[in-house]
Design a protein around this ligand. Structure first.
Ligand code: ZN
Length: 279
């Protein structure tokens, strides 16, 4: 599932379509996330005839701004979504659900076999009015995560820290892969109640989150299955993961002789080292 580094990789690799003008908008007719139909007339009105002015990211959401248009396009890649630009005359891949034809013959396509992703509109400048964006915490890459505020937010929940990290309100953009990675790096057990984290441990975790995400971004994100950048390249970071998907392998901490273990928290796999990571 695409997390901050993957969505940021897509944002950066959309650069070649900056300034391109939209000539058509097409929808497959299939419902996306939450089973809601795409608001096609509104999407056409928002984008047809306009040029792409900028691409932004809020947490795991991608925002496409169009010149002189009040609405921006909000894209969430869900589990298996891809958002790519294609040269002219490249036929539509399977599972394409939204396609923007560009005046120069290129296309921008949202494909999503599992259809957990979404394409919708937000009012530019008022993105935070959108329910999913309103609760987003600070961005560990674009912004600054204040450790005191982080600890205060942690103190309000008894949930295990791994679960709390996934809800996007402590910090934006961390999902299942990088939560395991960051907790390993910070030497914190994934089941530790968030409210029990001391200030030094919060400090370590905030730093680890940023480092883990920056490191993944440097490798173009993690492609376990579906993810590719907007120009079609798979991320390289799966080769560099420390604990995620490494059950029964030796802990990568050279000072540790532990073995990586896996367990399930809220239906999501968690990977950790029982020797390095304490409650
Ligand atoms: Zn270890």
């Amino acid at each position: 599932m695409p997390e901050l580094p993957e969505v940021e990789t897509v944002r950066r690799t959309l650069a070649p379509v900056l300034g391109a003008r939209v000539s058509s908008v097409w929808w497959s007719g299939k419902n996306l996330r939450l089973g809601k139909p795409l608001a096609l007339p509104a999407l056409r009105k928002a984008s047809k005839g306009a040029t792409f002015e900028g691409f932004r990211r809020l947490g795991k959401y991608l925002i496409l701004d169009l010149q002189d248009r009040p609405k921006s396009i909000l894209v969430h890649l869900g589990m298996s979504g891809r958002f790519r630009h294609f040269p002219p005359d490249v036929s539509q891949p399977a599972h394409t659900h939204v396609e923007w034809g560009l005046e120069d013959g290129r296309t921008l396509r949202f494909t999503d076999p599992r259809r957990f992703g979404n394409v919708e509109l937000v009012t530019r400048g008022r993105e935070r009015d959108h329910a999913s964006l309103a609760k987003l915490g600070p961005d560990p890459i674009d912004g600054v995560v204040d450790v005191a505020e982080f600890q205060q937010a942690c103190s309000r929940t008894k949930r295990p820290i791994k679960v709390a990290l996934l809800d996007q309100s402590l910090v934006a953009g961390v999902g299942n892969i990088y939560a395991s990675e960051a907790l390993w790096q910070a030497h914190i057990h994934p089941k530790t109640p968030a409210c029990k984290l001391s200030r030094p441990r919060c400090d370590r975790l905030v730093q680890a989150v940023r480092q883990v995400l920056e490191r993944a971004l440097m490798h173009g994100g993690t492609s376990l299955k579906d993810f590719v950048s907007a120009d079609g390249h798979a991320g390289e970071h799966s080769h560099y993961l420390w604990v995620y998907d490494r059950e029964d392998e030796a802990c990568p901490n050279s000072a540790c002789s532990g073995t990586i273990r896996r367990f399930v928290q809220q239906q999501r796999a968690t990977f950790y080292c029982p020797r390095c990571q304490k409650y």
